[in-house]
Design a protein around this ligand. Structure first.
Ligand SMILES: [Zn+2]
Length: 142
């Protein structure tokens, strides 16, 4: 069964101090990941303190956009009216080889539920959902 994606009106993005650099880069179709500027540990989503060294210093290196599905779920039940025509859709946690330890969550595109699986290689692509707002999605690498 071909998977769909949630419509723009169902996607709410509320950047804060710790996530704004990610969304600013996303608007330019650049994938970045928070990395501790003191010990080098990657983390996503970023929070105020590094879980390894408690530093608050962050840097945002750009990533290549390749990843591997770590886990996923296929949503069949539309939990809001905006999702009525969007099911089934898949949400995956993707590991990123150039950001070890971090996992990025996003929808999957260009795949059916029979092909979907843990370990599948994917590439990020960008969905422009509103003026100045883009979200990462993942497409299988063929
Ligand atoms: Zn650290």
């Amino acid at each position: 069964m071909e998977l769909r994606t949630p419509p723009p009106e169902a996607i709410v993005i509320r950047p804060d101090t710790w996530t704004e650099p990610f969304w600013a880069a996303a608007a330019e179709h650049r994938l970045v990941c928070a990395r501790c500027a003191d010990c080098g540990r990657y983390r996503m989503p970023p929070g105020p303190f590094c879980p390894a060294c408690r530093s608050q210093a962050l840097e945002w290196p750009e990533l290549g956009g390749r990843g591997t599905i770590f886990s996923y779920t296929v949503v069949h039940h539309p939990v809001t009216a905006a999702l009525r025509d969007a099911v089934p859709y898949a949400v995956a946690a993707v590991t990123l080889p150039d950001a070890p330890g971090a996992r990025l969550v996003g929808n999957l595109v260009g795949i059916d539920s029979e092909t979907l699986g843990i370990g599948l290689e994917v590439q990020v692509e960008w969905a422009d959902i509103r003026e100045g707002v883009s979200v990462p999605r993942f497409r299988p690498v063929r």
